[in-house]
Write a protein that binds this ligand. Sequence first.
Ligand code: ADP
Ligand code: MG
Length: 361
Amino acid sequence: MKVTLKNIGKKYEGREDFTIRNIDLDIESHDFCVILGPSGCGKSTLLRMVAGLNSITEGELLFNGRLMNKVASKDRDIAMVFQSYALYPHMTVYDNMAFSLAMRKTSKKTIHDRVTEAAKVLQIEDYLYSKPSDISGGQRQRVALGRAMVRKPAVFLMDEPLSNLDAKLREHMRIELVKLHKQLETTSIYVTHDQTEAMTMATKIVLLDKGVVQQVGKPDEFYDRPNNLFVAQFIGSPTMNVIEGKFINGQFESLSGEVKFEPLDEEKNRFVDYANKNITIGIRSERFEIKDKLEKGCFTGKIEVVENLGKEKVLYVKLKDSKEIVMTMPGYLSFSEGEEKIFKFDPKAVHYFDTETGLRI
Ligand code: ADP
Ligand code: MG
């Protein structure tokens, strides 16, 4: 099923502003589309509009070209999985998964086939006759997914379905969901505030801020070419470093003058209009290196904190103007807190933004 949003907007009754504004989007059946954004940005609102649980204030929602705005949720051929997946405690896993099909008077044979098929995919065959209270949180979450899967919806909607799981299980379920999507090829729309989930699972990410789309694209595009400062700092962990400054005689100079470097020649023409305007540069934590002596493009800083993550070390480096830069270095290198070092970054790794508008230059 192809899901199309045309200039979709939502204004809740009694609210001044639109919660969702002018959203245009095409989601194909092979897509695992992740709606990403900070808490309160309107992700659930948008998903619930697709599900038919929220009315659509303006714009058009189309399923395979058919207008869905007024179609009741139960007639939309969707299934939804929520963060809090209430299972019926007195029913077995099997009956929980079979419930919605039984309500629709599906034959016993079809129900059996679909439940066992879903249980196999989700690896919960051994628990089909257990009660929800007798299985783990991760298994319960899989039952909730199975309950949606057995309906064989044309569109699979998920609202932060992994948020209640511990970190290890979340990691495992991420991979399971990706495999599941490849197997089922059902149009999937998945809501999360977690950029790692989006980066690892999505074929297409839609990043929202205050109900407005900031960028739509593949995970790589978000990491390598963020549209604006919001996207740049929302995607990636540690957060991208940003330094405000100006172009002076073909060089970038931070406002305090501590960080200076020369951009690549082929990039310089992008800054001709910025003679009197501030520019913010962005550099990801992994793009710094340590130098023995001060050369062109180097700066010094004091390592205040070292976080040892095993495979890498995260350095919190303070410059003289008290600006903090976060760097990740290979785990086999040693650092002492309090030591001064000389650092450099590759001009190729620099992202440029208009300080005033936040837009990528
Ligand atoms: P998210 O899922 O991204 O955290 P939501 O879609 O739940 O965000 O909420 C977006 C905004 O809409 C919030 O400011 C929230 O308070 C508001 N909101 C959500 N549901 C309603 C509602 N039923 N009536 C009025 N405002 C609502
Ligand atoms: Mg939400």
